[in-house]
Design a protein around this ligand. Sequence first.
Ligand code: ATP
Ligand code: K
Ligand code: MG
Length: 682
Amino acid sequence: MNAQNPLHGAQAPLAGTSFAALCAPALRQAFVKLDPRRLWRAPVMAVVALTATLTSLLCAVPDSGVSTGLALQIALWLWFTVLFANFAEALAEGRGRARADSLRAGGRGLMARRRAGDGYETVAAAALRRGDVVRVQAGESIPGDGEVIDGVAAVNEAAITGESAPVIRAAGGDRSAVTGNTQVVSDWLLVRITANPGESTLDRMIALVEGAKRQKTPNEVALDILLIGLTLIFLVVVATLQPFARFAGGDLPLVYLAALLVTLIPTTIGGLLSAIGIAGMDRLVRLNVIAKSGRAVEAAGDVHVLMLDKTGTITFGNRRCSAMVKAPGVTTPALAEAALIASLADETPEGTSIVDYLKGLHTLQAPPREDLDVVPFSAETRLSGADWRGARYRKGAVDAVLAYLHLGRDELPAPLAREVEKIAQSGGTPLLVAADGQLLGAIHLKDVVKPGIRERFGELRRMGIRTVMVTGDNPLTAAAIAAEAGVDDVIAEATPEKKLARIRQEQAEGKLVAMCGDGANDAPALAQADVGLAMNDGTQAAREAANLVDLDSDPTKLLDVVRVGKELLVTRGALTTFSVANDVAKYFAILPALFAGLYPQLGALDLMRLHSPQSAILSAIVFNALIIVVLIPLALRGVRVQALDAARLLRRNLLIYGVGGLVAPFLGIKLIDLLLTAVGLV
Ligand SMILES: Nc1ncnc2c1ncn2[C@@H]1O[C@H](COP(=O)(O)OP(=O)(O)OP(=O)(O)O)[C@@H](O)[C@H]1O
Ligand SMILES: [K+]
Ligand SMILES: [Mg+2]
């Protein structure tokens, strides 16, 4: 567990390739991405590419109104604009792909022992299909994502988590999911494969960091539409300039208008949009979190409520039996025997811990397992046990056992009630034990809150996120753990339906809900939540239902996911503001220079005193292209987000990037104008 060090994944085998090593392939990719079929994914850049093509053709026209040298320079810088945007996307992809490749490399050439009839056949891991059953022995790698259906083994997951301490994986219970390319280090497992080739979590992750396959999020589509709208407006603006020029007896060359159009349309954000999205996904992968959709990550940036399961999420989750308390008039052997029979076939950690505890304390005769009529634990009934020789042995949550015995809460014998209360107040889970309709006593299950959780919840609160613990446990235990962990709200005695209903209720109030869980009983809630974060070491059901999976199985990782989501939203917002402010500023920077000769009155507005109309146009187009390159690091790294609420964040960013966007072109274009004039290019 990495509660204190959520970034540990950064040093894991997933660690990134150096920036320099990524540049060369990204440069090559920038040209490959000139393919028109790819260009259309970024509409603004497609317009730039079209304009660049047109300008290139105009270079060959003898009397286009400008010198061939100038037309060539403009055409060249227009192509650079497209290439820089492609380069940004390729860089973002490269970082993610390097990581995916290193994960994939380990899995290459893996073989699997697949069940066929009564025996096993050896096949390539790549040939495995969903539903295939494979046997994996000590020393072998698990050939794909799946669910343990038999066996108990220690598994080394270092290949995906970087954590070398082996973890236990077993059939049944909340620790049954296994991940491809991890290694069985002891014993054996029978695993049912749960993903077809190309559909594993790893494959999905790769699709998220590859621009060409990436599905745009609804936010990105909305922004695209806005950018197309702005492009159309500026197209009209540029088209109306010519009549003004003609009216004054002048003529604006087509090359100028083409260049002007590109400087005015939102090329900065249009060129960096895809890179921002991919880089956001990559930051997540670096945290060892696999996202199945970009939408979930964006939702995380806006989340209002976080629901968490208690056991295994807030606490370590290996609830161990630590004591037993008799009901009045019951003998110790009677209680022990009932608890043992009710737990012999219970494969949950709670069940096995009770058996271990009793084996250590008593010399009990356990009935053979096959003679038992097993009643497995279910989150619905919150009971488990077995029938043996006509008698019913049960154990379970206090309210569940009382209801099973048709007893009221106040019918719990006073001494036992006091003990149960003491267990709960200490944060432990009391289970009542009953045999043949009679209440025999209670079991104390102990659990420990993960260290560092309280501080992390405090950070979430500062970000304006409310934490709610939803647990199947009784209200007293829940309250004790809630107080220790510092959650804002707690829901006890929750069935899977209750968890689901609570999420729906919050959503109906217009809130975005995140949910962290690991159990099969959390799966419906994980699927319903806007952000469902499953623990990788939980159940396959939870992993499949969730839209995010944490490879380190650390629930406080959600804090980092929220930060990445906020960074993604803020970065996109900031660069959009910057880009649009830039375009407006450029309009006022260039027009006076262009029209100064035709309308001398405009001279008053010509604050920048650019060298000539030619220089004004070329400087603007150079600035327009270079600003993309200048902003690539920001787009990839993301705007840093402190624990501020959304409204303050927005205000601050509007100020910085809006004002910055207005001022930058004046300074930048003037500087380039001076440089171009100095070297005699215009
Ligand atoms: N093996 C078991 N046999 C009988 N009762 C159990 C067993 N395990 C848990 N219980 C009881 O059922 C309740 C619900 O357990 P469950 O694992 O479904 O909780 P949950 O809803 O996942 O919440 P959390 O994981 O936060 O406790 C527990 O609080 C406990 O009282
Ligand atoms: K522009
Ligand atoms: Mg649970």
